[in-house]
Write a protein that binds this ligand. Sequence first.
Ligand code: DP6
Length: 340
Amino acid sequence: MSISDSVAPQAPTKERVIANYLPASVTPVADSTDTLFAPSNIALCKYWGKRDAVLNLPVNSSLSISLAHLGSKTRISVSDEDQVWLNGVRLAAGDKFARKVIAFIDLFRRGADHRVRVETENNIPTAAGLASSASGFAALMLAVDRFYGLSLEPQMLSAFARMGSGSASRSLYEGFVEWQMGIREDGMDSFALPLDTRWPQLRIGLVKVSTGEKAVDSRSGMNRTVETSHLYQSWPLQAAADLERLHQAIAEQDFTRLGETSEQNALSMHATMIASWPPLLYWQPDSVAAMQTIWQARAEGVDVYFTMDAGPNLKLLFTADAEAEVKQRFPGLEVIRPFG
Ligand code: DP6
């Protein structure tokens, strides 16, 4: 048999992978689900770069902390036509977010003869670097599971949510969460798991520099970095070392180590972006001003650090005993207690 006669193995697609774990066909088990909530999450060791862009399989494992009550609530109902509502507003069928939501439903519906109405509410600024796609796809996955009565295992919910958006794999849980990169071609070992350590004194502060839509979304930014940044080759090693340090910091409740590692990880990720072409700089002058305020605070003995995603906003990390000092430097700061 010549090479041209041989049948190439089919590459895994989302449809094929998901179909392996579902019944032959699905039907809604009720007219409407109740409202399912998933928290937003902030990565302390970032997911940056994919080994498989179709399945959202990452180059490195990552570790995040969920944002308690901040996140997305989603409900799915049977309807005459497919429709997507975001924060009480019906989106046009051609809207980018609406198309993504319906495409995700289609992965499970697989041509079945019913239409859906999906209602989502975010209590975080959408697309401002505050990870609403993570909580959005996690809540949608929970609602899909309920709508079709699938009762999938948590690890499968996480792996399937990942196909909507990588960081959504981590939004299925509260507290500290690790997304293990996995090595399988179909990605079914690439899911998140919660860490059982709590850290009640930990605080996260949201410094909102801008809540507008960003010009380059994280997906495009990530791809551009992997394709063009000469600094990207050092990223997987850095991420692996940081993950190890974060595990230690969490186990020992060593806040300085947690803060230093998270800040350096975020800045390393941004360094890879800045070195891509065309250059990718999400920072605005106010982002840099906030960084300088943090560095000055540290020079004055306040233990505060920051992390940033693909956007201009900063997320501050500190503990309860530094809260008053941090608020003094960032008036009006929204403070979250990830462990309640
Ligand atoms: C910088 O999960 O939004 O926030 O998988 O393409 O949907 P897609 O990307 P997404 O990327 C998040 C990137 C990040 C870092 C992180 O959350 O780990």
